[in-house]
Design a protein around this ligand. Sequence first.
Ligand code: KIV
Ligand code: ZN
Length: 500
Amino acid sequence: MTARVAIFDTTLRDGEQSPGCSMNPAEKLRLARQIEKLGVDVIEAGFPIASPAEAEAVRAVAEEVRGVRIAALARAKEQDILCAGRALKPAAHAVIHTFLATSDLHLKYKLKIGRDEALKQAVEGVRLARSLAPEVEFSAEDASRTDYAYLLEVLLAVHEAGARVLNVPDTVGYSLPAEYGAMVEKLVRDIPTAVISVHCHNDLGLAVANSVAAVMAGARQVECTVNGIGERAGNTSLEEIVMALKVRREALGAETNVRTELLAPSSAALSQVTGVWPQPNKAIVGRNAFAHEAGIHQHGILANPLTYEIMTPASVGVGETLLVLGKHSGKHAVQSRLKALGVNIANEKLDEVTKRVKELADRQKFVYDDDLLAFCDQEVERRAHLVRYQVISGMGVMPTATVEVELDDQRLTASAIGNGPLDAALKATDAALGISLELLDLHTRAVASGKDAVAEVTVRVRHGDQETVGMAASTDSIEASLKAYLSAIGAARRAQVVAA
Ligand code: KIV
Ligand code: ZN
C-alpha cells in the first residue's frame, strides 16, 4: 500500500529567511498562488510577529489562497500566538505552527530556562493556539539534538493539549539519515495518533536524504521549500523530495499530491521574484538537470531517453532536453538542436554542419544557435536576426533601448523603455516584431571567469501551449539575451506558432 505524505511548503517563511530572498506581501501572494496550484497540502505564509508587513502578507495569503491549509509561525509565547491567530483570521483552513526549542543546549544558552518550564510553556502555547485555530502544529526546535526521553515527554504533552502535527526539526542540519530515521521510527511507534512531521536543514547536504529516511520510518509530513532555499544552506528541496518519492515510489511506498509538471515553472516563479537562481547542476530544476553534452550520452538520449534520464523533463515541467553542442557532440545532437529550431537539412549537409560545429567548439568551447543557423544559411527560413541595438541606462536615467532586427528580408526598428536595460531591450524587440510572447525563463551563466567572461544565455518562451528555447553567447550579456530571444522566436516562427 502507498502512504500519502503531506507536503508542507515553507518557502514563504523559512525560505524567506535565506539571505537575499526576502519578499514583500505582493510577491508572497503571487508565489502562494503558484504554490497552491502545485498541489501542496500546507503553505506556511510567514511569521506574523516579525513585522507589520509580514503580518499583512500572512493575512493577504490567508484571504486569497483558499484551496490549501495556511500556516503561520509563532514562538510558544502569548503575543506571537495572538498575532498569528489575527493574521490567519480570514483563512479557509488555518494552522497555527508554534515552536519551542527542546535541546538542553538551546534551553540553557538561548532560552535560559529548565526542562520543566519549557514543557509548561509548550503546553500553554499549544492550548492558546488551539483556542484560536482549528489545527495546531508544534515544532520541537533542535529536536534531533534533544534527549529522546524528554522530547517524547514534551511531544506527548503538546499532543494531548491539541497539537495534531508534531514536527521534529533537524534545525542545524546535523543529523545523519540513519539517526534521523531511527528517531522518527520511535516517535511513530510511541505517539501513533499524531502525524509526525520532519523539517531538515541542509548544512551537511543531507536535508533530502534525512527527509527520505524519515518517510521510510513513517513520517507523514515533510516540510520543504521551492529550490531548497532557507536559513544558511537551506531546507529540504521540495522538488527533490517530491521527485524522489515519485521516481522511487515502489521502493519508498509513499506519494504526494504535487503536480510535478509545475515544479520547474514554480522554481522559475520563485527565482523571478527573488532574483536568486538555483545552481546549474541543482537536481530537477537546475538548468543543466536535463542537459547532455557528452556525445555518447546525447546519442543514447536520442535513441531512448531512459538510457540517461530517470524521469522525463516534461514530468517536471521542463520543455525539452537541452543538448549543449560542444566538441563531444555528434551528428544526432546537431540534428536534434536544428529540429528544435525548426530547421531540416539533408544528410550530406548535416555531416558538413557537424564538422563545422566540432571545429568551432574546439576554438570557443560551445556552439550556439546563431552559429548553427549560420552554418545552414541556405536552409534557414523565417529567421529573426539581431542587426544592432543600443541601450541607455544608468542611475537616475530611465532605461531605454532601440533594437533593429532583420526579419526575412525586412529591417524593423523600435524603441522602448523598461524596468532595466534588458527589459527595455526585450520590449523594443517585441515592438519591432509586433509580437508579445510569454517569457518563461531567461538564464545567464558566465562561461569563463574574469572581466572578459562570456555570458551564455538561455531563453525559454511560450506561445499558446508551445514552448521554444533559444541559446546564445557573447561578452555582452544584453546582446546574448537578445540573440537567444530571437533564436527562440525564430524557432516559433518556423513551427508556425507565432506570426511575426
Ligand atoms: O529549523 C527549525 O527548527 C525551524 C522551526 C521554527 C520549525 O524552522
Ligand atoms: Zn527551519
